[in-house]
Design a protein around this ligand. Structure first.
Ligand SMILES: C[S@@+](CC[C@H](N)C(=O)[O-])C[C@H]1O[C@@H](n2cnc3c(N)ncnc32)[C@H](O)[C@@H]1O
Length: 294
C-alpha cells in the first residue's frame, strides 16, 4: 500500500481542487489539450473500458469506420485491426507525427486515411458504417461533439451507427464556494462536491442522430429536499455509447461539475422552485446562464 503517496495526496487536497479544471483547459482553436489531459483520459479504465465494451457489441468485420478526434489512438487501437477501412480525423498538430508512427509501426497504414483537419467541415469520399468520436464534455458545452456528429452523420450508410449514441444531462441544486473569477469547476475528489439540496433532474437528452439546435433553453421545476442557500448547480452527463453500454462520468470525462448561478436563492425543504437556463454546445460553460426562481 503506497502510504507515502496517499499521505502526499491528503496534504495537497485543497491545492488540487482546481487542478483538473486547469488540465482540461479549453482551447478555443481546438489544437488539443495539454499532454497531461491525454494521460488522465488514457489511464482511466472506466472511460476506455466503456468504449472497448461498446466496440465488442459492434460488427466491424469488413466495415468502413470514421473516427473523429482520435487523439493518441487510445480508442482506435481496439477496433482498427478488424475494419476494412478507417478515416481517422484529428486537428491537434502536435499529435500528427505520433499518429503516423503508430500506424507505420503496426503496418496499418494501408487501411487508413488520415485527415488532419477539422471534423466539423471535413469531406469523406464514401459512406461509412460507423462514426466514432469521443469529443465530449459536461453537457457537451465545451467540446464540439454535437457539431461534429451533426456534420458526420450525413456520411452514415442506412443502418449505420454513431458511437456514442445519446447523452443525458442532469442537474441538482447546490451550494458551493467559488474563488474570485471562477464560474465552474469539475470535481476531482468527492470532498469538493458541493452541498446538494435537491435530487437530480433531467435537463435534456441529446440524441446525436437527431439533434439540430445547438442552443438549449429550459425551465425545470426543482423541489428542495433540504433548506439552505442555493448559489450553484451540480451538473452530470450520462452517456449511452451503445444501448446497454454506458459511461456516467469520472474525473477524466464529464466529471460532476459545479456551475455558479446568477443569484443566490434561499430555499426551504419541500418547496418547489423553477430553474431556468440556457447553454450552447461547443462554446464554454462560462457562457451558460442558469437562474433559480421562486
Ligand atoms: C477528448 S480527446 C479524445 C482522444 C481519443 N479519442 C481518446 O479517447 O483518448 C478529443 C480529441 O479530439 C480532438 N479534436 C477536438 N476538436 C476537434 C475537431 N473539431 N476536429 C478534429 N479533432 C478535434 C482533440 O485534439 C483531441 O485529441
Amino acid at each position: 500500500m503506497p502510504i507515502d503517496l496517499f499521505s502526499r495526496l491528503i496534504h495537497n487536497y485543497d491545492e488540487l481542487k482546481f487542478a483538473l479544471l486547469h488540465a482540461q483547459t479549453f482551447d478555443e482553436q481546438h489544437f488539443g489539450f495539454p499532454e497531461l489531459y491525454y494521460e488522465i483520459m488514457e489511464s482511466d479504465r472506466q472511460r476506455v473500458g466503456a468504449f472497448q465494451r461498446a466496440f465488442a457489441h459492434c460488427d466491424f468485420q469488413d466495415k468502413v469506420v470514421c473516427e473523429a478526434g482520435v487523439g493518441r489512438l487510445m480508442l482506435t487501437q481496439y477496433y482498427l485491426p478488424s475494419v476494412r477501412k478507417a478515416y481517422l480525423i484529428e486537428n491537434n498538430p502536435k499529435l500528427f507525427p505520433l499518429i503516423k508512427n503508430w500506424l507505420r509501426e503496426r503496418n496499418l497504414e494501408s487501411k487508413v486515411e488520415l485527415l488532419f483537419t477539422d471534423a466539423r467541415t471535413v469531406q469523406l469520399p464514401e459512406p461509412v458504417d460507423y462514426v466514432i468520436g469521443e469529443m465530449m464534455s459536461i453537457f457537451c458545452a465545451n467540446e464540439f461533439q454535437v457539431q461534429v456528429f451533426k456534420h458526420l452523420r450525413q456520411y452514415l450508410r442506412p443502418g449505420g451507427q454513431l458511437l456514442p449514441k445519446r447523452i443525458i444531462n442532469l442537474v441538482q441544486l447546490a451550494q458551493a464556494e467559488f474563488p474570485e473569477g471562477t464560474t465552474h469547476y469539475p470535481i476531482n475528489f468527492t470532498r469538493h462536491l458541493p452541498e446538494q439540496l435537491s435530487g437530480q433532474e433531467v435537463v435534456n437528452t441529446i440524441d446525436l442522430m437527431e439533434v439540430e439546435k445547438e442552443t438549449v433553453e429550459f425551465s425545470l421545476p426543482m423541489q428542495a429536499l433540504l433548506s439552505g442557500s442555493v448559489n450553484a448547480v451540480l451538473l452530470r452527463s450520462f452517456v449511452e455509447i451503445v444501448p446497454g453500454i454506458n459511461f456516467t462520468g469520472t474525473d477524466s470525462l464529464m466529471p460532476p461539475t459545479v456551475l455558479r448561478l446568477a443569484h443566490t436563492v434561499e430555499v426551504e425543504a419541500g418547496n418547489t422552485y423553477k430553474l431556468e437556463g440556457e447553454f450552447s454546445y461547443g462554446t464554454s460553460l462560462d457562457q451558460a446562464q442558469f437562474t433559480l426562481r421562486r
